[in-house]
Design a protein around this ligand. Structure first.
Ligand code: CUA
Length: 331
């Protein structure tokens, strides 16, 4: 947040609004052209509201003090038909509404504009309860963590595989509905290297609140390296290693029935796991991607994420350890 508007924060926190400061999921720290436009509009309207509040409360306080009842004073004389006053209090609100409406409509049109030529296309598919990202120009399919280069326009093409969701990464722009059978667009240019947390913003079932996402904005060279790593085939496993035993467990416990894994399986019920070891989170962004959380997650998915389609496969401990070693090595 720019320095000159720091005073806004405590005010808004007091009102229970989305906060900046130590809270990363904030629209008050805009980091794309789209987010800046919405934030500017918010500030403009907030200033008008502040002006109206100060004027109205100021006049009220003045009248309460100036015309309070005094002992022995005559009854006040009522005012009727004051033409100038009536014109003033009709015109002033009308003008304020114009000052709010014009920038609002202008911002709506600006943020609905088509993507500029050369924008990076990403197809975003909402699922109960995780986000799938497809990069048609690179042949890359991933989940939960959306990687973007800084300073380049991106065009998200949003649709859903099941029910209505809403894609929302507050630092990069407003919410956009994700509707089955329809493609909505979200166009913006991230302006700085950072990780922007977000989440589904439309109630979509039992684990709606568990439908998290992260947008990782990197320098272009870092992004290109990530793309190359994702384009590479699945990690080669050392024969006889624990990870290789885990690969057999992946097949034996039916994981291949739902997940794409390199050339071994191509199912699309759950996220593509070919490079799952390179992600920082699992289970739709709900838990950190480490051995402890993987064990807890695979050990009993429905208790970790209510309503999830992933069943408890009752994998015994030695196989579970091998499975985790396998997933962590798939980078
Ligand atoms: Cu998806 Cu709420």
């Amino acid at each position: 947040m720019p320095k000159h508007r720091r005073w806004l924060l405590p005010l808004l926190c007091a009102a229970g609004a989305a906060c900046g400061g130590p809270f990363p999921q904030s629209s008050l720290r805009p980091h794309s052209d789209l987010a800046v436009a919405a934030d500017q509009l918010f500030t403009d309207i907030f200033m008008w509201a502040l002006l109206v509040f100060v004027v109205v409360e100021g006049v009220l306080l003045y009248v309460v003090v100036r015309y309070r009842q005094r002992a022995g004073a005559p009854a006040p004389r009522p005012t009727h038909g004051h033409t100038i006053l009536e014109i003033a209090w009709t015109l002033a609100p009308a003008l304020i509404l114009v000052f709010i409406a014009v920038p609002t409509v202008r911002t709506i049109f600006a943020t609905q504009a088509d993507a500029p030529a050369g924008a990076l296309r990403v197809q975003v598919v909402g699922h109960q309860w995780w986000w799938e990202y497809r990069y048609p120009d690179f042949g890359v399919v991933t989940a939960t963590e959306l990687h973007l280069p800084a300073g380049r326009p991106v065009s998200l093409e949003l649709t859903s595989a099941d029910v209505i969701h809403s894609f929302w990464a507050p630092g990069l722009g407003g919410k956009r509905d994700v509707i089955p059978g329809r493609t909505n667009h979200l166009v913006f240019s991230p302006d700085s290297v950072d990780t922007f947390p977000g989440q589904c913003a439309e109630f979509c079932g039992a684990s709606h609140a568990n439908m998290r996402l992260r947008v990782m904005v990197d320098r272009d060279s870092v992004f290109q390296a990530w793309v190359r790593a994702q384009q590479a085939g699945a990690t080669r496993l050392i024969t006889g290693s624990v990870a290789e035993q885990g690969q057999q467990a992946f097949r034996r416990y039916g994981c291949i029935g739902c997940h794409t894994m390199g050339t071994m399986s191509s199912a699309t019920v759950g996220p593509n796991l070919t490079h799952v070891g390179s992600r920082t989170t699992i289970a739709g962004g709900l838990f950190p991607n480490d051995s402890v959380h993987l064990a807890r997650w695979i050990g009993d998915p429905p208790s970790e994420k209510p309503g999830t389609a992933m069943p408890n496969m009752h994998v015994p401990a030695p196989d579970l350890a091998a499975l985790i070693a396998y997933l962590r090595s798939m980078r």
